[in-house]
Design a protein around this ligand. Structure first.
Ligand code: PRX
Length: 677
């Protein structure tokens, strides 16, 4: 399919246009070494064997006390996995590997600047650093099991060290994507009631050393205004011992970790045996309202699921060098840079910067240098690298056995470039569909057991049983060629436990629509609604079409339209705001913003810029709209509802359809003219 068409089409239409692709088969070489090449796995993980099948995943961990109940449904739909068990995530990712592998590299940290040396951290060194920082968190910051702490850290070795130090103590970490603003960090500090904020002073992005410390000052001030006082800000330094941010430290509140840490050198902290269902971390994500949701993930279930899927879907072996090019600030990085690979004793690569710095050959040089054999990234990065450096991979001498794609639908043409150019026709590919809420993969092929089909995620992974419902709750069978709302029939250990502090919203958002009996304690009555539309082909493979709610997937990152709209409304002049998704060749989608002004204000390029800048400071650059359209009025229904559908059609250069029933049909023509149509 021509690239031009991709730009112009909506996700649902892409699905219609994408024909059924041919299968690609994994090589015999891959199958011979695969962790899971036994087709009986699907019987073992069938619905008949649910939930006991997940014992296999629990047994990938070391437990202080083995669990007694595999799935406790008494508080449906807040499922409890492996109840009665005690486990520690830090122990499982670090300590237990020391006996045999203490000298093996746990983390390869690759600075963005190519002239800076790659840092290779062994499991022994990771152990030492996690222990010392855990001691600091406990004895200097006063943190204990159950406390929440907000991390606003960039890609660095210190980020997993911080997460694992928290996990060692049972402290619940809540990492905010480094590219998010101080405001976004403040909202998450307030919601999670964190009194400690951990940051890094600066980091490199596209060749620039960014001042990150300033975000901490903004976050702490705004959080305090919203009622949450942060009494300590712990500042890791990009260059230990050297100030890399012009923003001054606040006496009595801000502390350089490297200074304080000296008091804790040599300290060892016993990992705290945590009840399996106690939370390990919060990860905020966007939803249909302006307020981000703190997805609460458990310790035992989450870690078992991250480890199991890393082992069987990503085929991670301890001797592999695994590179997931996502950011740890998203769920992908939590599950598949930190917890999954480290639980399996693999070497995990952390790259600080952007894939095309200083040129689009960079990822392949890193792969060559570190002998990476498993690679994981998102369609956005693949599209960008394909566009700017299609011939680069061939110039470098690396060999991937396995590659993952995640986060958005991948166009078959892009998939094929990934397969042929990046994977050199030798790597198995898995297209993994899942979400922040789900902790780990939902649909994907098992790489040695099922052929790949470009553009399709595949069937449910072991123990995941999807079902597609129409709006009335009737099942749409496979091969019907009709899209519907994809749900999961059963709970699984990686699923989030609730929305932090908002159980009602949790039940309403994910379960209310298809729940068969709200009083039931039987999991069969509670299908999980993912919020995605999908079609199931005759072969049982699922193709994910995109969100059914007000969420825009920009470069594989989820942004709520309401979040962006509320950021625009912060601008004094703005009366109303509406955000619609626009197709973008590289990013998948981009937000387009329409605003109307309060009386007495006039449109101007300066005002457009002010609104756009406000969105960057309120949320982060990632949410910056493609364009700010200042309109005289919004197209509205007679009941006053903004017709986003009409705006979306204009933004995407599409037919607006019948607008005669609107309260103000004439405005549609005006907006179209404004958009040059
Ligand atoms: O719409 C789906 C899309 O990304 C959403 C989840 O986003 P987030 O919570 O940020 O997690 C991203 C990383 C797991 C989903 O609801 N999505 C995710 N993976 C795929 C996908 N769409 C199509 N194909 C995928 N492989």
């Amino acid at each position: 399919m021509a690239e031009k068409e991709i730009v112009e089409t909506s996700e649902a239409e892409i699905a219609v246009h994408w024909g059924e692709e041919e299968y690609y088969h994994p090589s015999t070489e891959f199958i011979a070494q695969a962790n899971m090449a036994d087709p009986a796995v699907f019987d073992r993980f069938s619905l008949e064997n649910f939930p006991n099948c997940f014992k296999e995943y629990a047994d990938l961990l070391d437990w202080y006390e083995y669990w007694d109940t595999i799935l406790d449904t008494s508080d449906a739909p807040c499922w409890k996995w492996f109840s009665g068990g005690k486990v520690n995530a830090s122990y499982n990712c670090v300590d237990r590997h020391l006996a045999k592998n203490k000298n093996k590299t746990a983390i390869h940290f690759v600075p963005e600047l190519e002239e800076e040396k790659i840092e290779h951290i062994t499991f022994q060194e990771l152990y030492v650093r996690v222990n010392e920082f855990a001691a600091l968190l406990r004895d200097f910051a006063g943190l204990k099991a159950g406390d929440r702490v907000t991390l606003h850290m960039p890609m660095s070795a210190e980020l997993p060290i911080t997460m694992l130090a928290c996990a060692r103590l049972g402290v619940i970490h809540s990492e905010v994507f480094g590219g998010f603003s101080g405001r976004a960090s403040a909202d998450r500090i307030v919601d999670s009631q964190s009194r400690v904020l951990i940051i890094m002073d600066s980091y490199y992005r596209a060749g620039n050393l960014l001042n990150h410390k300033e975000n901490a000052d903004i976050a702490v001030d705004l959080a305090e205004k919203d009622g949450q006082k942060v009494d300590k800000v712990l500042v890791w330094q990009r260059y230990p011992g050297k100030a890399s941010s012009p923003t001054p430290m606040v006496e009595g509140r801000d502390y350089f970790v490297n200074d304080v840490l000296k008091d804790f050198y040599g300290r060892r902290i016993e990992p705290v045996p945590m009840p399996a269902e106690d939370p390990l971390f919060l990860m905020y994500t966007s939803g249909t309202t302006g307020k981000p949701k703190g997805c609460q993930h458990s310790t035992g279930g989450y870690l078992a699921y991250a480890a199991g899927t890393s082992k069987y879907v990503q085929d991670i072996h301890p001797e592999d060098v695994y590179w997931c090019m996502a950011d740890i600030g998203w769920i992908t990085g939590h599950s598949y840079i930190v917890y999954g690979p480290l639980a399996l004793c693999a070497s995990t690569v952390i790259y600080e910067g952007v894939p095309n710095y200083p040129d689009p050959g960079r990822p392949w040089r890193i792969a060559q240098e570190l002998d990476v054999n498993i690679f994981h990234t998102a369609p956005t990065a693949i599209r960008a690298l394909r566009k700017i450096g299609p011939d680069e991979p061939a110039k470098y001498n690396y060999k991937f056995k396995h590659m993952t794609t995640v986060g958005e639908p991948i166009e078959p043409e892009v998939w094929k470039w990934y397969y042929n150019a990046v994977g050199k026709g030798q790597a198995a590919i898995v297209d993994t569909w899942w979400q922040t809420e789900t902790g780990g993969f939902l649909c994907s092929t098992l790489p040695a057991l099922a052929p790949m089909k470009p553009g399709s995620a595949g069937k449910g992974v072991p123990g995941i049983h999807p079902i597609i419902y129409d709006d009335e709750g009737k099942e749409i069978p496979s091969g019907a060629g009709k899209a519907g709302n994809i749900c999961i029939q059963n709970p699984w250990p990686g699923g989030f436990q609730t929305i932090w502090g908002d159980r009602d919203r949790f039940v309403d958002t994910y379960y209310a629509r298809y729940c068969k009996d709200p009083n039931s304690k039987d999991w069969r009555d509670w299908p999980y609604m993912t919020g995605d539309a999908a079609v199931e082909a005759a072969d049982g493979y699922y193709r994910i079409l995109g969100r059914i709610d007000d969420v825009i997937n920009v470069s594989g990152h989820r942004l709520g339209t309401k979040e962006i709209e509320s950021a625009a409304l912060v601008v004094e002049e703005v009366a109303e705001a509406a955000v619609v998704p626009v197709a973008h060749e590289i990013k998948g989608k981009e937000p387009d913003l329409f605003v109307s002004l309060k009386p007495g204000y006039d449109a101007s390029p300066e005002l457009e810029k002010k609104i756009s800048d406000t969105i960057s400071t309120e949320i982060g650059k990632i949410a910056k709209p493609r364009h700010v359209w200042i309109v005289k009025d919004m197209p509205k229904t007679r009941s006053g509802k903004i017709m986003r559908r009409v705006l979306g059609a204009i933004s995407n250069n599409k037919d607006v359809g019948d607008v005669t029933t609107l309260a103000n049909p004439e405005i549609v023509e005006e907006i179209k003219q404004m958009a040059g149509q």
